[in-house]
Design a protein around this ligand. Sequence first.
Ligand SMILES: *Cc1c(COP(=O)(O)O)cnc(C)c1O
Length: 384
Amino acid sequence: MSEKFIPLSVPSIKGNAETYIKECLETNFVSSVGPFVTRFEEEFAQKVNTKHAIACASGTAAIHVALQLAGVSRGDDVFVSDFTFIATVNPIIYLNANPILIDASEETWNISHDLVREELKKRLKTNKRLPKAILIAHVLGIPAPAEPFAKLSKKYNIPIIEDAAESLGAYYLNGLYTNRQVGTTGLFGCYSFNGNKIITTGGGGMIVSSDKELANRARHLTTQAKLPGSEYNHDEIGYNYRLSNVAAALGVSQLELLDTFLKKKKEIAKRYDEAFAGLAGITLSPRPSYAETSQWLYTVLIDSSKTGINRQDVQTILAEKGIQSRPIWVPIHSQKPYRDTVCIRGEVSEKLLRQGLSLPCSVILTNAEQNYVIDEFIKAVTSY
Ligand SMILES: *Cc1c(COP(=O)(O)O)cnc(C)c1O
């Protein structure tokens, strides 16, 4: 083992983090009642240019509440990405609804619009019930196309919920949604501030919506559905899903750094892209022409029939050099709890698992460290 260790992706806590958190401690506002929660929500809504934001305990909680408010309940079908982190899909099960897993598109790695459209058509023709919602995960910072999905949503009257956990800062470049941030074109957008995301609150999430009524309902549900007033009156079953003031204080400080982080992520991606362009058997991640990606986790595909070495062996070789890398997700349809779940195709997500490898891309990565990763990666994929 080398002495050197370059982690895949670690947070950078600097800026006003300490000042703001100290303020929480000094004022005794540590729980979800506190000025930083509201401030984080307001500043976040402003940043992604939407009307309402509700800070949650996690991205998973955000998705859970968004699905519920979209009307998803027991027995309903929800179309959802097969190629994503499992937290996209689990909340469907929390609501006793049925995920219908849909394969990724080769072009964007996100849920395939063609497959969604075909399945909707087929269902309409055979009188099979339509899904209650379409839950789109924008994976790895790559936006799924907003306009085509919005058209389907309108045509079939099915709400879109966006899991933008990995894609804060990505936005659309043309069409109806020009300059609109990922997560703000559906009925709800959900973000995550887990430790490995673009900004972090330690753990946390956000629901955004442009609908005031829905936003109020989301706030109500995430705070135990407690009615205003000093008495303990609750009008429905809510959740303890609010973010704490301490976490929100960290969030406010991280939001101030978001632009710097995004810029650094892009620089890292650009340097890797330039170094790897033209390498036989290496495919760079999609950069759809309609959007600016947020480059959350830098990922490439390794085609072993051309490189002579598979993704797993590259990972091992890099680990020996002190470089942490990681395969992307085992598709949901292959996860133990979802083996009996309906999946429309699944070959693309399997290929992404077989070939995909994420490389170090922390915002604190230095050029020297990145050059070292680049050299070792190129050596690994060209020496067979
Ligand atoms: C991280 C993540 C989540 C869940 O967010 P948490 O804050 O960890 O609960 C959901 N979906 C995707 C795609 C994620 O990457």
